[in-house]
Ligand binder design. Structure first.
Ligand code: ATP
Ligand code: MN
Length: 456
């Protein structure tokens, strides 16, 4: 269908020329002689105003209904207000009617309600803006790594290893629900892969394989976690950005994470000014100010042990008081980043008991070279570490956890054959989108969110 994007008409439509656009009706105002139709085709935050001279053009009433889809031919004229463009209609054609039951009505509906109609909610300003930002951010991620010589790797989604500690795995099976078996092993022997298989919780282990040959790699794909928690920050299926870098130690990992995050924020600020202005007005007051500040200032770094001392002083305010060895809960993470540091903060060197087997063991024998990046409003957005590069130390960490060494032979080989210091991190893509839009529920930055008892 030959037509122009509304964005290009608004920004560079030549005055006096004819243009054809298509879109959905967002508002209709009628008066004695003229009527105004605002339409949107998703290409820009701004809608295009179509002016209908009623004495010259009769428009089918169906074309003026909220949500109807139309095609408009008209003359490009300067906007009545501002420096944009409008269209003086010559012809308005109905593409699809929209009856009054259309659930997206003009009065601001709640995010809760819109969550019940995931297939239609993108027709609202808020969701269309979220998904434009999400797309811009995804492009910026690829650009960031590509510009710096990282290779883009696709890790398998079906896996037999469970990247221990990262989360509960969904099982992948083709066996019927009532299949009989004498034992677990027996059950999986007759299954598709002949062993227990699941959906990957992280591409990190495969990322290490690639990084210890290609040097710098990243993955950007879905991860699956059978999280049985119903929080505003967890999904069962989320998108995960996982760079992995050879010849890198923990400070390098921190530097990359900070630089990458700032790059992404800058890209969104530059490419989505209208969306951010909207979020700033209606979702999180001061959002743009916050992002500009974060983009231009240094992130804080604090060792876990020091963070615990800071938190212990405030134990009275927490639901779960902390002491050395505690895993940080959301309330502690947010207190650190929102109240103590008032900016993003890397917490480093966690007790080895609360972190994964593959993290590099520090000389103190108690902590590992791990880091989580905490940001205001969300808490953890990135989790990373230097990896244990020493074969014997890795084996002993796995033995302490009663892990099956045979299942990790390939992973151990990386330490046997030319081992190198290396590290990386995982950024939750949805958490990043939440951070830059101010949207507080992860379900509202995901097209069809999957979580416990929810797969609409
Ligand atoms: P959390 O403590 O918040 O549950 P985690 O420590 O289990 O996260 P990691 O294994 O470190 O998460 O994963 C790296 C990143 O992936 C996290 O920092 C977060 O941004 C994102 N992430 C992890 N689990 C989820 C999830 N269930 N839904 C959305 N994003 C997630
Ligand atoms: Mn983590």
């Amino acid at each position: 269908m030959k037509h122009e994007d509304i964005k290009s008409v608004l920004e560079s439509g030549e005055v006096g020329k004819e243009a054809v656009v298509c879109g959905w009706v967002r508002t209709f105002r009628d008066s004695a002689n003229v009527a105004f139709l605002e339409i949107s085709d998703g290409t820009s935050f701004k809608k295009l105003q179509v002016v209908i001279d009623k004495s010259a053009l009769a428009v089918d009433a169906e074309c003026t209904k909220l949500g109807a889809s139309v095609r408009v031919r008209g003359e490009v004229v300067p906007a009545y207000k501002g420096d944009g463009r409008e269209l003086n209609a010559k012809e308005v054609t109905l593409l699809g009617k929209c009856p009054p039951e259309y659930p997206i009505q003009k009065k601001r509906t709640t995010l809760d309600f819109l969550r019940t109609i995931p297939h239609l909610r993108l027709r609202t300003n808020t969701f269309a803006a979220v998904f434009r930002v999400r797309s811009v951010a995804a492009q910026a991620i690829h650009r960031y790594f590509h510009e710096r010589g990282y290779y883009y790797i696709n890790a398998p989604l079906i896996t037999a290893s469970d990247c221990e500690g990262a989360g509960e795995m969904f099982r992948v099976t083709t066996r019927p629900w009532n299949a009989k078996a004498e034992s677990e092993e027996e059950y999986y022997k007759s299954d598709f892969f002949g062993v227990k298989a699941g959906l990957s919780v992280s591409g990190q282990l495969e990322g290490e394989v690639a990084a210890t040959a290609l040097g710098k790699i990243y993955t950007f794909g879905p991860s699956f976690r059978a999280e049985n928690s119903n929080t505003t920050r967890h999904l069962a299926e989320f998108w995960h950005i996982e760079p992995e870098v050879a010849f890198a130690e923990l400070p390098d990992v921190i530097e990359i994470a900070e630089e990458m995050l700032k790059y992404l924020i800058r890209a969104v600020l530059e490419e989505c000014p209208e969306e951010l202005a909207f979020f700033d007005s209606f979702v999180e007051k001061g959002l743009i100010e916050k992002l500009k500040h974060v983009e231009s200032s240094d992130f804080a770094v604090v060792e876990y042990t020091d963070a615990i001392s800071l938190l212990e002083k405030e134990n009275a305010r927490f639901q779960f008081p902390v002491s050395w060895g505690s895993d940080l809960q959301s309330e502690h993470e947010r207190y650190l980043t929102e109240t103590v540091f008032r900016r993003p903060v890397f917490v480093t060197d966690y007790p080895k008991e609360i972190k994964s087997f593959y993290m590099k063991q520090n000389a103190d024998g108690k902590t590992v070279a791990a880091t989580d990046l905490l940001v205001p409003g969300i808490g953890e957005i990135i989790g990373g570490s230097e990896r244990e590069a020493d074969y014997d130390k890795l084996v002993s960490a796995m033995r302490e956890r009663n892990m099956d060494l045979d299942a990790y032979r390939q992973y151990l080989d990386l330490r046997l054959f030319g081992t190198v210091p290396h590290g990386g991190f995982g950024l939750g893509f949805e958490r990043f989108v939440m951070y830059v839009t101010g949207i507080e529920n992860i379900r509202d930055v995901t097209l069809f969110p999957r979580s416990v008892k929810n797969i609409k």
